[in-house]
Design a protein around this ligand. Sequence first.
Ligand code: C2G
Length: 446
Amino acid sequence: MKKVITYGTFDLFHQGHYNLLARAKALGDYLIVGVTSDSFDLERGKMNTCNNVMERIDAIRSTGLADKIVIEEYKGQKIDDIQKYNVDVFAIGSDWEGYFDYLSEYCEVVYLPRTEGISSTLLRNERPLVRIGIIGTGSIANRFVPESEHVNSIFVQAVYNPEKSQADEFCRRHGVPYSAVSTADFYAEVDAVYIASPHYTHYEYAREALLAGKHVLCETPFVFKEAEAEELYRLAEERGLTLMVALKTAYCPAFGHLLSLLKSGAIGEIVEVNASTTTLMSEDSDKLDSRYYGGSMNENACFTLLPILKLLGTDYRRINFYSKMKNNVDVFTKALFQYDHGVASFQVGLGVKTEGNLVVSGTKGYAYVPAPWWKTDYFEMRYEDQNRNKKYFYPFDGEGLRYEIKEFVSSILSKDYFYSKVSKRENLVMAKVQEQYMNLENVYWI
Ligand code: C2G
């Protein structure tokens, strides 16, 4: 029996893919199709896929051409597969001409003619475009525009800043077409809004945008009151709009893999989580100004709360906060969480520096994520028997923002898309923790 193998993403499955599979099948008696996993595509910089791996596999299966479907998860897997399945022919489209010649050491390599005039890229470009508007033109907004260029089906159309000259300057710098004079004018131009304005303005802008029928991606910290978060979710749900918080750590591939490993018992039962995020700031920064909701909790707590809520859940019994204050804001806060079956703590600081790592302790070992853990591409699992220690590396591209932008766009364009990187409940609890702190419940000065 002559075995043939081919690989691809097969996004938005089309006639070109079908022809390629039919041609590959005709080269032998048994066709194996390797389909890239979602994380492998992200790793190799393919950010724009519209279908997830299960949808792509279903499309291939329904052609009836594949005798076996495998998932391609890592660079170098092709050699392993060819040997493992005793493959005779590796086939791929002619757009890869020459690239896979190195496989001829293991089997015959055939480049098949591509079907002209059709491609996933063309189909993706036919999909509706989400026109996004940005509120606020600070440093994070400046990073957003270049990152959004890596994501399909999104276009930065307009900018709003009450200080119009700053919006004008932003538009010039990034080639954004429209600098709005008012929010009403701004909403008329866009389908979705990215809120990158100062913390204390998030709630008002998010509410206004949702009432205007716009999808919302809101920077962190989301809002400072649980009732405000609840109201925003209700407005979004009633209108069928996407409301997402731009907590970029949640969208980093390494963080996602860390959670999956820990949830599947890699270190046994989780007993403690400790996370630190500190960023020294100059004293005259707005981030340390009480009039603008400055302070370490408001600036950084959402990051450190993320692994705690993800790993120990949202039903903690009690939180105590210990804060060092200066000019009416916390330059450092340590929080201690008591759960029924575990404990957690975090340190945040704008005026105190510490090691910014994440350690998760379990009954069989611990996970160590070095600083800066909130934008990590690397972590380790460590055990009593050091021979069992393992290092995990998941590279990501650019600033990491493109992953959350991609999720945002996918959830707008695919009606049944379910985004769950940070749940509604987790976002509500984050707001509740901020509220508890602002109300000085269980807050102690040091
Ligand atoms: N293809 C084709 N005609 C088209 C479009 C695509 O013959 N009009 C072929 C490609 O040449 C490839 C296969 O269909 O052989 C899958 O294409 P993609 O989904 O674009 O996958 P690709 O990024 O080429 O992945 O490990 C993955 C592989 O290296 C290739």
